[in-house]
Design a protein around this ligand. Sequence first.
Ligand SMILES: Nc1ncnc2c1ncn2[C@@H]1O[C@H](COP(=O)(O)OP(=O)(O)OP(=O)(O)O)[C@@H](O)[C@H]1O
Ligand SMILES: Nc1nc2c(ncn2[C@@H]2O[C@H](COP(=O)(O)O)[C@@H](O)[C@H]2O)c(=O)[nH]1
Length: 189
Amino acid sequence: MGKLIIFSAPSGSGKSTIVSWLMKEHPELKLAFSISCTSRAPRGTERNGVEYFFLTADEFKKKIQAGEFLEYEEVYTDRFYGTLKSQVETQTARGENVVFDVDVKGGCNIKRQYGDRALSLFIQPPSIDELRNRLVHRATDAPEVIEQRLAKASYELTFAPQFDHVVVNDNLSKAEEETYRLVKEFLEK
Ligand SMILES: Nc1ncnc2c1ncn2[C@@H]1O[C@H](COP(=O)(O)OP(=O)(O)OP(=O)(O)O)[C@@H](O)[C@H]1O
Ligand SMILES: Nc1nc2c(ncn2[C@@H]2O[C@H](COP(=O)(O)O)[C@@H](O)[C@H]2O)c(=O)[nH]1
């Protein structure tokens, strides 16, 4: 039975960058990405069933009513994100270690449900100014969306103590190596 590895942080902290590196550079860890559902539109080169399952708000709400989510949150106004129970059950039953890129509340929720079978990592940005730089340079979101994400960041940072470990992502390669060490140690336990 596979284990669960949760990554949470304010938007722009570098979760997706670190997760992609970990999965590409360390196939021996048998990591499988948990593809979430979202009611937001695809951005850039995102494809349905790869980065996310893209649903309409109505489709998302039907899945909530049917009890299909392990957890879900309205992360930003009118933008829902959620993890399907079926994803996690199928992947862990195959012996894969499931990686989650979820917001801070979703991360705490999954950890509460899975306890010691889950490792929760908080990716901490060096500062809010640096978050802004990263989101602007990423160039995937409109200025008002960036502002919406930054407005929530200070509140999200207060969740850090609830996680098993905090990884400061200032120097990217240092943060990647620290993450690798923590994940490897957890999977070997
Ligand atoms: N240590 C770092 N130094 C400078 N830039 C970084 C660093 N880590 C990540 N970045 C860059 O910052 C941007 C945001 O990173 P990323 O998309 O991984 O964040 P995220 O936490 O997954 O955000 P979201 O929650 O919005 O998906 C990307 O352009 C990435 O290349
Ligand atoms: N609670 C959940 N949060 C999720 C899930 N999937 C992604 N997310 C988080 O949403 C924000 C925004 O993501 P973006 O792709 O629009 O930049 C980010 O913090 C993700 O971690 C989920 O299933 N549940």
